[in-house]
Design a protein around this ligand. Sequence first.
Ligand code: FES
Length: 93
Amino acid sequence: MDLDDTLADATFRYDLPIRYRCERAVCTTCLVEVLEGEGNLSEMGEREKQTLAAIKAKPNWRLSCQVSVMGDVKLDYIPITDPRRRPDEPPLF
Ligand code: FES
């Protein structure tokens, strides 16, 4: 990624497998888990904090539409259907 890219910029430039819908920290479609390089991401804004709190996100989850990238990071995309979003529900199989 280039310095100062947003994750959305990088997603479209490098064809990363992250989906976007609202791009306003509302829908959580772009949810990612930050595996490495958290210090290379921009600070979390109020809107992102509120949305992540509403879905009971883990501390290392971010909304990639709200994040600017300042260095190397390693991410795992969490799709809408991913069971990690519903930790209280038993797995289907
Ligand atoms: S695209 Fe909707 S929260 Fe990021």
